[in-house]
Design a binder for this molecule. Structure first.
Ligand code: SAH
Length: 420
């Protein structure tokens, strides 16, 4: 099977039986894929198929995306706008003639207006664990975005940690619990609004490009969790030699970046959208740290201006810059490394960027503590041993040990963090 050939398309009327089985499987009835089919299951599939064939019900083929490999459906996602949920649910369940195995009057609303609700996603048993569900979910999120619905939501069993991890890695976050189908479910929610946007202004775009197109930063952009745009200030000068700098007034040594290209570039960006901050990287700015990274990562749009030479004409700082930031008490040749450092620290804490969000929260500085030591296999390398407690499997002792280590290391290495 070649997952490369996976194709995702809207379902058609003829997919109704596949949709019916998928919905049933999503509700825990994996026997729909058994051969031979139990007679009761067969009858049930037939009945549910007749519901899925309608256009005015929750589980309609019309609300469904199909993933197929070489023309064979292997997975489906049924999802819909929550606006008419109540009315649709009533109609849908009224069609389930025969008793439901849960009390519908006790059931809370799975969704409501303002949500694109991913009702059920099912992959055929033999195609599971190959990333097909993930692709289908991404297509579902895309649909929600295209419909300009502010949130995409779904339900997951509280103990289904594997599924939760998948949803988190797609950017979903826990958003309360509800009681439905006779069980408690965790609700998870994702915002479809435009991602954070970072515009970096520089005379050396090539210095940033490699960096921004690697690893986690590249993936974050690809996933649509952040947009990063690099602007070459030389494109904004009116000078025919594309000069962006000139000699300083007063006759001291070095060159100074001129107002015009910077002003024109910032002005054109601000005409397109509102920016929360226009940041200048400079050694005499406020020192960059984790709280500042956290604060920036909650902004919608920011500009980072990289200085070069002796810096920028001071009038830019007086009139256009809202924040001046230094990455440390040393002088670099240009602001590109500072912009890269800031961008990296800001982006890695945007929800969904690091697969396991927990890992970003337990980093050094997030709680004013340095991180505890970490180890991986083998447990004994050349007689260098991993601390016993980590091999004990005793969750509580491990967490205590980590906290003790974090406090001890912070006291020893960075006592200043504890005095704050
Ligand atoms: N003459 C300036 C330094 C210029 S260095 C001064 O003494 O303040 C050239 C550019 O590199 C600066 O404009 C700034 O954008 C960047 N830069 C240098 N060191 C930096 C630091 N520690 N943090 C952030 N940006 C820095």
């Amino acid at each position: 099977m070649d997952i490369e050939t996976l194709n995702i398309r809207p379902a058609t009327f003829d997919d109704s039986e596949f949709v019916a089985k998928s919905v049933m499987a999503a509700l825990g009835q994996d026997e729909v894929y058994a051969t031979p089919l139990p007679k009761r299951t067969k009858a049930m599939i037939k009945r549910i198929t007749s519901i899925c064939q309608r256009e005015d019900v929750l589980y309609s083929w019309k609300n469904t995306l199909i993933a197929e490999i070489e023309g064979k459906p292997v997975a489906s996602l049924t999802a819909y706008n929550g606006t008419n949920y109540k009315e649709m649910r009533e109609r849908t369940f009224a069609l389930f003639d025969g008793p439901l195995d849960f009390d519908i009057d006790l059931m809370q609303d799975e969704t409501h207006e303002g949500e694109y609700y991913l009702d059920s996603a099912t992959v055929l048993p033999e195609y599971r664990n190959q990333g097909i569900g993930r692709k289908l979910l991404l297509a579902g999120i895309e649909t929600g975005k295209k419909l300009s619905i502010p949130h995409v939501t779904l339900l997951v069993s509280p103990n289904n940690h594997k599924a939760k991890k998948l949803y988190r890695s797609l950017g979903f976050r826990e958003a309360g619990e509800i009681y439905a189908f006779g069980e408690n479910y965790q609700r998870m929610k994702l915002d479809t609004a435009d991602p954070m946007r970072i515009d970096i202004l520089t005379v050396l775009p090539e210095m940033l490009e490699g960096f921004l197109n690697c690893s986690i930063l590249a993936r974050a952009q690809k996933k649509g969790l952040v947009e990063i745009h690099v602007h070459n200030l030389r494109d904004w000068t009116l000078d025919k030699h594309k000069r962006v700098d000139d000699y300083p007034y007063g006759g001291c040594a070095g060159m100074v970046m001129q107002c015009e290209p910077i002003d024109r570039c910032i002005e054109s960006l601000q005409r397109e959208r509102e920016y929360d901050e226009v940041i200048f990287t400079t050694p005499d700015g406020e020192k960059f740290d984790q709280p500042m990274a956290n604060m920036f990562s909650m902004k919608k749009n920011i500009i980072i201006l990289c200085g070069h030479f002796k810096g920028v004409d001071y009038r830019i700082r007086e009139h256009l810059i809202t924040k001046e930031v230094s990455i440390g008490d040393y002088v670099l040749t240009g602001g590109e490394l500072a912009a890269a450092v800031m961008t990296d620290a800001i982006v890695r804490i945007i929800p969904g960027v690091i697969g396991d969000e927990q890992s970003a929260l337990s980093d050094s500085f997030q709680d004013n503590l340095l991180a505890p030591p970490v180890y991986t296999r083998p447990a004994d390398y050349k007689g260098w041993k991993v601390p016993d407690v980590l091999l004990s499997g005793h969750e509580k002792n491990i967490r205590n040990w980590e906290l003790e280590q974090a406090i001890e290391r912070t006291k020893r290495l960075r006592p200043d963090l504890l005095s704050d």
